[in-house]
Design a protein around this ligand. Structure first.
Ligand SMILES: [Zn+2]
Length: 277
């Protein structure tokens, strides 16, 4: 098997040497909002020096439901950052809730926005990888701006009810519709988010597998977005590793857990599953 690309979300404070020593060869740069990344030159230099493969996770405040071309100007900054670290994949959340800001959301606006973004990025040889998410995520409750390692959204779920079956199915079909019908658009498959929407993540993955360029890994019990260590929830990683291997997908696999210790354990767990296949 060729090299498996494994990584984590990072911030300016991340110790890249430590990541490298623990066998990670990829990083995902993540900032929550404000149309900016506050990564300093030193960390960007270290990403290059250490030969890390990189992915950029775009901030959540790009609103695909809004007809506002001003948002698109910000892509110049993301392109500049991507070039600095030789990154050719940008990850963007789909945010496909059915009632967006209390109005029925219009998928045609989302499609048009995606087409415009894909066109801008195409000229720079950068691919947009739309991430499947779970419905109604209220990002106000995500506290940490740069480190997904410290991510805790439990308070959000205490205030909100669990999704009904139709909402879940609608979210999946909207996502697949976009991935299949927007020319030049690719996918980031988030396994944990998928597990909240469907009991069969492998079947979901199968429907878009030719478009998936990045995989996000974490576990849950199919109810809420717990970001548990792999093996601690209900996801069948034997089956999923099998599917990845069958489709020759070798990464990037980005591990999204709440602590570095959990991330290390998750990586070990998943690599073992891959090797067993
Ligand atoms: Zn994710």
């Amino acid at each position: 098997m060729s090299t498996i690309i494994t990584g984590v979300n990072i911030s300016n404070k991340t110790d890249l040497e430590q990541l490298k020593n623990n066998g990670f060869n990829c990083v995902e740069l993540f900032t929550k909002d404000s149309f900016k990344f506050d990564f300093n030159d030193e960390i960007l230099r270290k990403i290059k020096e250490n030969g890390f493969y990189s992915v950029i996770h775009l901030p959540h405040d790009i609103d695909l439901h809004k007809q506002d071309d001003k948002q698109l100007f910000y892509f110049n900054d993301y392109i500049k950052l991507a070039k600095t670290i030789s990154c050719d994949k940008l990850v963007l959340h789909a945010d496909l809730d059915i009632t967006h800001n209390n109005e029925k959301s219009d998928l045609n606006i989302v499609k048009k926005n995606l087409e415009k973004i894909v066109d801008i990025l195409n000229h720079q040889n950068i691919k947009l990888c739309l991430e499947n998410d779970e419905p109604y995520t209220d990002l106000e409750d995500i506290q940490d701006t740069t480190v997904r390692l410290g991510y805790d959204i439990s308070s959000y779920y205490e205030k909100n009810s669990i999704y009904d079956k139709e909402t879940k199915q609608e979210n999946i079909s909207r996502y697949i519709d976009l991935i299949r019908n927007v020319d030049g658009l690719y996918a980031t498959f988030d396994v944990g988010h998928g597990n909240i929407l469907t009991e069969d993540i492998c079947d979901f993955y199968d429907k878009i597998k030719d478009k998936v360029l990045v995989i996000h890994l974490h576990d849950n019990r199919g109810i809420k977005d717990d970001h548990l260590q792999l093996g601690k929830g209900s996801i069948d990683f034997d089956k999923f590793a099998n599917v990845c291997k069958k489709n020759s997908f070798n990464g990037p696999f980005i591990f999204e857990n709440k602590s570095y210790e959990m991330i290390k354990q998750s990586k070990q767990y998943f690599i073992q599953k891959l090797e067993k296949v």
